[in-house]
Design a protein around this ligand. Structure first.
Ligand code: PLP
Length: 532
């Protein structure tokens, strides 16, 4: 078939078209620049009314501009989240370094399922996971990992290895009514619930341990829970230590969790649960592992040094984790999806092999080249390795230290200024990350005293309801009256994860994920609260 129409199709869609493609890319870039003039929100209203009733498909073959036109309104109507006024959530702008990596990946479109379909891109994944593992586990001997579709899936890998460790062959035989459980903290991410449900263990078998005021899992209660579960004949498959809770940056003590699980499992003659770290948000603290606080080569302000010292201490705990989830698409300023699941010992991946019986040591040979032997996914994009390696090396270790330190500094500035207002109280004063959760009460109230009474169990239900309603009402008032050109967009959480006397604490929330958000924006947040 060599009709003119067929030739047109091949020429337009399947031969190199550098001019047509770069022209359209320029147009998209200039639309992106124009977004800088907009307020941080959707620049075009949505049209769900007919989105599903009238989805048209062109009849005649078109060209690359038709492809552009088909998506342009939706591209234009999407916020790239580059405004420094976005403080709502754990989402930042993607960096240009990541963009270069992503574009390169899209041009080649490798499939990481096996070496045959991805050649050196497969090698790039090996490099990327090793670089990340060395950063996180700190120069471990035989780490491994894969990129996944997101933190949820990375957490799923960790839980699945745990289940296979305590119930060998579950991949083949299923759970068969075995009593198994997982453990998380009350401030952990809801993805752990999804994982427990999707793995067939059931969300009812996922036990949440309360946290202390620093949003860290209470170790005394962890120990009690393990004791109770083992006494009941339950197999504990895994404990997820959260390294940076989503709203408030609570960090669980990984080393102590490892020690306690080991001791309890031994006492009851049970296999040790998988200690999986959910570092989706918090992993970036590892960039400080080797920062010399004495010399302070990057001239960080004195007030920041104690925070960096604590970051170093926290990161130390990761060295004893069995596996870790990191989300590069969060504080790595990478494109979605860029999540990695990392194991400290490569041999642990044998638990995920599709045919453990036949080839228990597959990871020695083929596992390196053919991740499809153990990954949940079959086809797998290479965006993760490309965006990660482009970003890590484009920005460089000291570049990362400066960027992360800047975020920590803004969060600290906001915390300090809020704490100075008697009608405001910071709920995550003791955490060190880029997020701040706080209460704003009407002027005249002493928020610090009220919070102290709450923690001491001295607030009546009626008082608690009244105060938390005030916190919410003032949040909504600011949201309604803010000047969208000046005032940052904040968000509201209904529970920060720390629950004194069993009460969920709502709070105002800000996350400093945009490197362009500076002190003037923080100060304006304070001013907008004072004006309420
Ligand atoms: C965001 C987040 C997840 C889920 O990650 P996705 O990439 O959104 O699937 C898991 N854990 C924590 C702590 C998170 O913040």
């Amino acid at each position: 078939m060599d009709t003119p129409q067929y030739r047109h199709l091949i020429e337009t869609f399947f031969t190199s078209q550098p001019e047509a493609i770069t022209q359209i890319f320029q147009e998209l870039l200039s639309a992106l620049e124009a977004e800088g003039q907009h307020l941080p929100s959707s620049p075009m209203s949505q049209n769900y009314e007919t989105a599903s009733v009238n989805p048209e498909i062109h009849v005649l073959p078109g060209n690359l501009k038709d492809a552009r036109d088909a998506i342009f309104p939706y591209f234009w109507g999407t916020d790239s989240w580059s405004s420094p006024l976005h403080l709502e959530n754990v989402k930042g702008p993607a960096s240009n370094a990541s963009l270069i990596g992503a574009l390169a990946c899209l041009l080649k479109n490798p499939n990481l399922c096996t070496d045959t379909y991805s050649q050196r891109s497969n090698e790039l994944e090996v490099k990327a996971v090793t670089a990340l593992a060395n950063l996180l586990f700190y120069h471990t001997d035989d780490p491994w990992g894969v990129f996944t579709m997101g933190g949820t899936i990375s957490n799923l890998y960790g839980a699945k290895i745990g289940i296979e460790k305590v119930l060998p062959g579950a991949m083949h035989h299923g759970l068969q009514g075995a009593k198994i459980a997982g453990i998380v903290s009350e401030a952990s991410h809801y993805s752990n619930q999804s994982v427990a449900g999707w793995l067939g263990m059931g969300t009812a078998q996922l036990h949440s341990i309360p946290t202390d005021a620093s949003l860290a899992m209470r170790l005394d209660l962890l120990e009690e829970k393990l004791e109770a579960l083992y006494t009941d004949g339950v197999k504990v498959a895994y404990v997820v230590a959260t390294f940076g809770t989503t709203d408030t940056f609570g960090v669980d003590d990984v080393a102590e969790i490892r020690r306690i699980t080991e001791t309890q499992a031994q006492k009851f003659g049970q296999p040790r649960p998988q200690v999986h770290v959910d570092g989706a948000v918090g992993w970036v603290l590892c960039f400080f592992s080797e920062y010399d606080l004495e010399k302070n080569p990057l001239d960080f302000p004195e007030t920041l040094l104690p925070i960096i010292a604590r970051a170093k201490t926290c990161a130390h705990g990761l060295r004893v984790a069995d596996s870790i989830t990191i989300d590069f698409h969060k504080m790595g300023w990478g494109h979605y999806p860029g999540s990695a699941f990392l194991v400290n010992q490569r041999s642990d991946l044998r638990y995920l092999s599709r045919s453990v019986e036949q080839m228990p040591y597959f990871s020695e040979a083929d596992g390196r080249r053919d991740p499809a032997l153990f990954t949940l996914e079959c086809s797998r994009p290479a965006l993760g390795p490309y965006t990660v390696m482009a970003s890590l090396n484009g920005i460089g270790l000291t570049g990362w230290q400066v960027l992360v330190a800047h975020a920590l500094e803004q969060a600290q500035r906001l915390k300090n200024k809020l704490s100075a207002l008697e009608y405001c109280h910071v709920l995550n004063q003791d955490t060190i990350g880029p997020s701040v959760a706080w209460w704003v009460l009407p002027k005249g109230r002493n928020a610090h005293e009220i919070f102290a009474k709450l923690e001491a169990g001295q607030l009546t239900d009626e008082e608690f309801v009244r105060y938390t309603a005030e916190v919410r009402r003032l949040y909504e008032k600011r949201d309604r009256t803010k000047d969208p050109r000046l005032d940052a967009r904040l968000s509201f959480t209904t529970s920060i994860g720390y629950c004194p006397s069993g009460r969920s604490l709502p709070a105002w929330k800000a996350v400093f994920f945009n490197p362009r958000t500076g002190p003037e924006i923080v100060d304006r947040v304070i001013a907008s609260i004072e004006e309420l």
